[in-house]
Design a protein around this ligand. Structure first.
Ligand code: ADP
Ligand code: MG
Length: 275
């Protein structure tokens, strides 16, 4: 009974969320409820407003209208750092790492706000500082192990193969200890095999770190296997929501994916499912 209630608690909610750029309604009156511990998808052709939703949730843009509610609190318009501290972390469609730092330092840096020692300790390099540093390193190494990057820790981030950079970015996001993880096309640029492995990994970390995950993807096939619920956008608005089975049969979704923003593989996927 209790467990059931816990699962039904919305942790993140968008209410009639709008973000306009001049006359362009990039996001228009979007409602979305993310229940605690869910692994949900946000899909739609290119330019349909998916990334803009993440940018508003994480404080990069203020909402033009509507609300973002996180853990019962209205967070629309707060600054990105505050929102991250509250428990929302994200990755970017275009990878953002510290390219010239090591793999290990990329993850260690994400911990620092939580490290619990002051500037004095750091300047004096005293015992407390050294102990905290060791703890940080060990925690960062734990994360790297989850993402199978432990053998890469001393490498410079920009020298990693693309798929590993993508995994490192997720490790970094997790290191800030979020409740909600927003992933913006994490499988972009991966081959189908890598993409499948990544989706399995995302499913695994959701359980291991007790996360709620919202996953953006423009290619349909990638999310259909792992997302419990899927919201589909087109031209800034929600056009369908439901399970993979439900949305792939929805006539608005099929129409949207015939349009110019949709990729060939998704078109093909829908055709196969329609058979
Ligand atoms: P998606 O992630 O679904 O591909 P986006 O959210 O990136 O789509 O973009 C939605 C629409 O909003 C697009 O037409 C895009 O050009 C526009 N847009 C996004 N950000 C800005 C911005 N900062 N200024 C002007 N237009 C923007
Ligand atoms: Mg995008």
């Amino acid at each position: 009974m209790m467990a059931d209630n816990k699962n039904k608690t919305p942790i993140l909610e968008l209410r009639k969320l709008c973000r306009y750029f001049g006359g362009l309604k990039a996001v228009h009156e979007v409602d979305l409820v993310l229940e605690a511990h869910a692994l949900n998808g946000l899909i739609g052709p290119n330019g349909s407003g998916k990334t803009t939703i993440f940018n508003v949730i994480t404080g990069i843009y203020e909402p033009t209208a509507g609300e973002v509610i996180f853990d019962g609190q209205s967070i629309g318009g707060l600054n990105p750092y505050v929102i991250n501290q509250m428990g929302i972390a994200r990755t970017f469609q275009n990878i953002r790492l510290f390219p010239n730092l090591t793999v290990l330092d990329n993850v260690r840096i994400a911990y620092h706000p939580y490290a619990g020692y002051g500037m004095n300790d750091a300047v004096l390099h005293n015992g407390k500082f050294n102990q905290k540093e060791r703890e940080l390193t060990e925690k960062a190494q734990d994360f790297l192990r989850v993402f199978n990057l432990q053998d890469r820790q001393a490498e410079i981030a920009k020298n990693l193969p693309y798929g590993e950079q993508r995994r490192l970015e997720i490790a970094r996001a997790l290191a800030s200890n979020p409740k909600v993880l927003l992933l913006d096309e994490p499988a972009a640029g991966m081959n189908p095999n890598e993409a499948t492995n990544l989706m399995e990994l995302i499913h695994f970390i959701r359980g291991k770190f007790d996360l709620t995950v919202l996953l953006i993807e423009h290619q349909m096939r990638v999310v259909m296997g792992i997302c419990e619920k899927i919201t589909v956008m087109d031209f800034g608005e929600v056009i369908a929501r439901g399970t993979a089975q439900e949305v792939q049969r929805d006539k608005h979704v099929i129409e949207a994916y015939l349009g110019p923003g949709a990729d060939e593989l998704s078109k093909q996927y829908l055709k196969e499912k329609a058979k």
